[in-house]
Design a protein around this ligand. Structure first.
Ligand code: UGA
Length: 437
């Protein structure tokens, strides 16, 4: 098939590359010329394991091209996938839909032959129906330009696996033609047995926000238990291990620690609260406010632990922060808990030196007030407190004796439960973690 992908951010680039590898002719559109040049030259402009190799394969096949010309895209595609971002609006919990709306209104006037426009972006329920009306009104071919919704569940760090072997496909459609076009686009996945749920537009939009809300709730549940453990002398890691053995509960997304961040979970639960309130059913998801609050409190508690480890006052204290990315295997620093904590420590007067295997360039751009180092040993030189805030394997594997030789004081705060307290204490460190007394 001839597919187009509008928006070559994280989601769009991965989707375009994988669809070309699956055998489709793909034309990807972006208005960012630097990004297009990088991708066309075989460079992925973000960190995603395995994606550069897949991009090379897609380019070598001759089936993947890039453009900034929307008319070319309209003329080329049988199916157009909209993969633009929906960040949180400044000063509101709601989502900024301008990029998704802009993509559809820019494309529609050029649609002169029957096609299907498919939204993949995460949007508030009701958006697709509105966009379908916009499309029908603006497209020269009228109702022969259909609209469908196909939410994406890919995780950063597992983008290829989640695109080529997703847990499920959700096809939100209003016609047989739309369903058939989507089934043809995903034919290799369906043939491989990927479960497929066909729904209406609203349900497809909701599946995505409901899934992310559930995951966020699970994380905040165990972090709420961490607060109770801290107050009662129990140990949340042992608690989580015991809960996980009940397969009705399961251990995934039950990892206690500094909580969730990134470009998806935090803004998606807020946009969901906002949309539910608009629909007059705010009470149904009121618990998500609590989920958000629990998540934010973990950041505050981590700052408290570092302050305590520093003797009660952070002014003039040198803190080595291990981790900047919102999670390991990513260079994404959007709403990164680690950088939020680092910023707060800095605001309280600490001299903060951050190290991260992949996210330093992005962190430098968003947090120029912090200092950065190229290695953990360099960041820890002269530190009064070491704080592990993103659980990269490189940090898990640090030798407490080697690090102990360069710091000023052997005090470590492990906000991700990634270090072995016994080994660190044996090497002369005071060790504090979240979720234990
Ligand atoms: C999330 C969802 O997992 C994807 O299914 C979804 O497609 C994506 O959002 C999206 O909406 O596009 P992602 O943001 O890449 O994916 O990250 P996750 O792996 O879900 O992690 C989110 C945050 O939760 C990270 O900060 C991570 O450190 C934290 N986390 C995760 C925990 O604190 N504990 C856990 O047990 C699991």
């Amino acid at each position: 098939m001839r597919l187009t992908v509008i928006g070559t951010g994280y989601l769009g680039a991965t989707h375009a590359i994988c669809m070309a590898v699956l055998g489709h002719e793909v034309l990807a559109l972006d208005r960012d010329l630097d990004r297009l040049e990088a991708l066309a030259g075989g460079r992925v402009p973000f960190h995603e394991p395995g994606l550069p190799e897949m991009l090379r394969k897609a380019l070598d096949s001759g089936r993947l091209r890039f453009t900034d010309d929307v008319a070319e895209v309209a003329a080329f595609g049988d199916v157009h996938f909209v993969c633009t971002g929906t960040p949180q609006l400044p000063g509101s919990m709601g989502a900024d839909l301008s990029q998704v709306e802009g993509a559809v209104t820019a494309l529609a006037p050029h649609l002169e032959r029957p096609c299907l426009v498919v939204g993949k972006s995460t949007v508030p329920v009701g958006t697709a129906e509105r966009l379908a009306a916009t499309l029908a009104a603006l497209a020269p071919v009228g109702e022969a330009a259909g609209l469908a919704w196909n939410p994406e569940f890919l995780r950063e760090g597992h983008a290829i696996e989640d695109t080529l072997r997703p847990s499920r496909l959700v096809l939100g459609v209003t016609s047989d033609d739309a369903r058939e076009r989507l089934e043809a686009a995903f034919a290799p996945l369906l043939a491989a047995g990927v479960p497929c749920v066909v729904t209406d537009l609203a349900t497809a939009e909701l599946v995505k926000v409901a899934a992310n809300s559930f995951l966020a709730t699970k994380i905040s549940f165990i972090n709420a238990m961490a607060e109770v453990c801290e107050a009662s002398g129990a140990d949340v890691h042992q608690l989580a291990a015991a809960l996980a053995l009940d397969d009705r509960i399961g251990g995934r997304f039950l990892k206690p620690g500094l909580g969730f961040g990134g470009g998806c979970l935090p803004k998606d639960i807020r946009a969901f609260i906002h949309r539910a309130e608009e629909l007059g059913t705010g009470h149904s998801v009121r618990f998500l406010r609590e989920v958000d609050d629990i998540n934010q409190r973990r950041r505050g508690r981590t700052v408290e632990l570092v302050r305590e480890a520093a003797g009660g006052d952070l002014r003039g204290v040198r803190v080595c922060v291990l981790g900047a990315a919102f999670k390991p295997h990513s260079d994404d620093v959007r709403d990164a808990p680690a950088l939020d904590v680092a910023r707060r420590l800095h605001e309280e007067g600490a001299r903060v030196v951050v190290v991260d295997p992949q996210a330093l360039d992005n962190a430098r751009r968003t947090h120029p007030e912090l200092e950065y180092a190229g290695s953990a040993l360099e960041a820890a030189a002269g530190a009064h407190v070491v704080a592990l805030l993103t659980e990269w394997d490189q940090f898990r594997g640090l030798d407490p004796a080697r690090l102990g030789a360069v710091v000023e004081r052997r005090a470590v705060v492990d906000a991700r439960g990634a270090l072995d307290p016994v080994a660190w204490r044996a090497a002369g460190w005071t060790h504090r973690g979240l979720g234990a007394a």
